[in-house]
Design a protein around this ligand. Structure first.
Ligand SMILES: [Zn+2]
Length: 471
């Protein structure tokens, strides 16, 4: 049996205002119903005015996904009754969407078709209290969304996850969506069916899954559903075409009950909005504004920097981190060394301080690596200097000087310390002379301790060996 999966993503656009009014679209965490006006509340007579920035962002996404952009697209009313929808319809696009026939390449190299990408407005939100009362908050009503529909060309839950991760990465690189699944700014519905080899390629019964709030949830829901369908078909039973909800707590999909399953939305063109015209000049100017996208960056880095795939994946995940890496490499041209230091030290510090903005400029980071390379400081000191610079913004040279962290590579100074350590550790000396190689590491550790980590490790070792071998 072959698994066939298609995904439908709703991504909130990071515009300042809503899609058809001047209310702030930055609604998350705001008191209920404070970001509203007659337009997004659907008052009679209030007229929508299209937000040009939202069109530009949608175009960016569509072009990054290699879509065709027709000259004209149409806004349509999608009619359904639900309390979070004040107008009784949602303004969306249906027969003539903004973009179609694109594709996305997974990091594995597989190409997945994009059927369509269109603009629409978000609905409000219902809050159900413990007392059995339902409240409605319209702050989200009218926030711009793009809906991105893939072709049913994904063949496993893992591929579905890879697709979502790459799509999110692209939208974040473009700066058009925050991609936050928990806050609901990046949402995904899936459909899945199984095709038996004997069916002659005929599609199996399709089941839709909703209510997945993380990449992990999407993958697990699809895996559960794949198994459930396999078992039903293996028993020779008939699969019901339906919409099911993922339950994160039980780890199962459950049949959806009630109203949301609307059959006929009675779409028709919105008489309040003229057709959206996108001429060649506009389309091409947006195309030229696109940044280098994750897939291009990964390919170029493999070529230019010869980095392992793992390093490339980690460092290109966020555009700001990737650009930082390149800025450091321009100043200190040893990509693998820069990668190692960034992955171990910088990403740790960023994680600890729960920020994505790197407070120390690339110049400072590169300077620390130069100092290690020149033997001015050792690696232990370098870690401390990076951390200090990260926290205070001070230049590495200043930190090294202030705290007297320069590596001790002066032979005479080092020899004195080595002699002293040997005198104080006669047992280790005897052990070494009796053939215990491990005693050397211990003695080296003692020298490091005595110099607070500033001794040049290689010179220390050479000096120790020299003195231990003296008759
Ligand atoms: Zn409004």
């Amino acid at each position: 049996m072959r698994t066939i999966i298609g995904l439908e993503v709703h991504a909130q656009l990071l515009t300042r205002t809503k899609l058809f009014c001047s209310c702030s679209a930055d609604y998350f965490g705001a008191p209920p119903n404070t970001h509203t006006c007659p337009v997004c509340l659907g008052m009679p007579g209030a007229l929508p005015v299209l937000n040009e920035k939202a069109v530009e962002y949608a175009l960016k996404a569509a072009l990054a996904l290699h879509c065709e952009i027709p000259q004209r697209s149409i806004f349509a009313r999608k009619n359904y009754f639900y309390p979070d929808l004040p107008k009784g319809y949602q303004i969306s696009q249906y027969e003539e969407p903004l973009a179609r026939r694109g594709y996305l390449d997974l990091p594995t190299g597989k190409r997945v078709g994009i059927r369509r990408l269109h603009l629409e407005e978000d609905a409000g939100k219902l809050l159900h209290t413990d007392e059995g009362v339902s409240l409605v908050d319209f702050n989200r009503a009218g926030v711009p969304l793009i809906e991105i529909v893939s072709e049913p060309e994904l063949n496993s839950p893992t591929e579905a996850r890879l697709y979502l991760e790459e799509l999110r990465r692209i939208l974040r690189y473009l700066g058009v969506c925050s991609g936050d699944m928990e806050e609901g700014s990046f949402r995904c519905d899936a459909n899945i069916s199984l095709v038996a080899p004997s069916s002659g390629g005929r599609m199996g019964t399709k089941v839709e899954i909703k209510n997945m709030n993380s990449f992990r949830a999407v993958e697990e829901a699809l895996r559960f559903e794949e198994r459930r369908q396999q078992e039903i078909l293996a028993r020779g039973e008939v699969l019901l075409q339906e919409t099911r909800l993922w339950n994160d707590k039980t780890g199962q999909t459950e049949p959806m009950r009630g109203k949301e399953e609307s059959e006929d939305y009675r779409y028709f063109p919105d008489p309040d909005l003229v057709p959206l015209q996108i001429d060649d000049a506009w389309r091409e100017s947006v195309r030229e504004s696109l940044p280098e996208l994750p897939a291009q960056k990964r390919a170029r880095w493999a070529q230019d920097y010869k980095l392992p795939e793992y390093d490339i994946a980690v460092l290109t995940e966020e555009r700001s981190i990737a650009e930082y890496f390149e800025a450091v490499v321009r100043l200190y041209n040893d990509p693998k060394d820069v990668s190692n230091w960034m992955m171990s030290e910088l990403l740790r510090l960023l994680k600890e301080s729960q920020t994505t903005e790197i407070p120390l400029p690339p110049e400072h980071f590169a300077r620390v690596l130069q100092m290690v390379n020149a033997g001015q400081i050792n690696r232990t000191v370098a870690k401390a200097v990076i951390e200090e610079s990260f926290k205070t913004g001070k230049a590495p040279d200043e930190i090294v000087q202030e705290q007297g962290l320069s590596q001790i590579s002066d032979e005479r100074a080092l020899a004195e310390i080595v002699t002293k350590v040997l005198a104080e550790n006669s047992k280790a000396v005897a052990d070494f002379k009796a053939g215990k190689e491990a005693a050397l590491s211990f003695l080296q550790g003692q020298v490091m301790k005595a110099t607070k980590g500033k001794a040049d490790p290689k010179k220390t070792r050479d000096l120790l060996l020299q003195k231990l071998r003296e008759p």
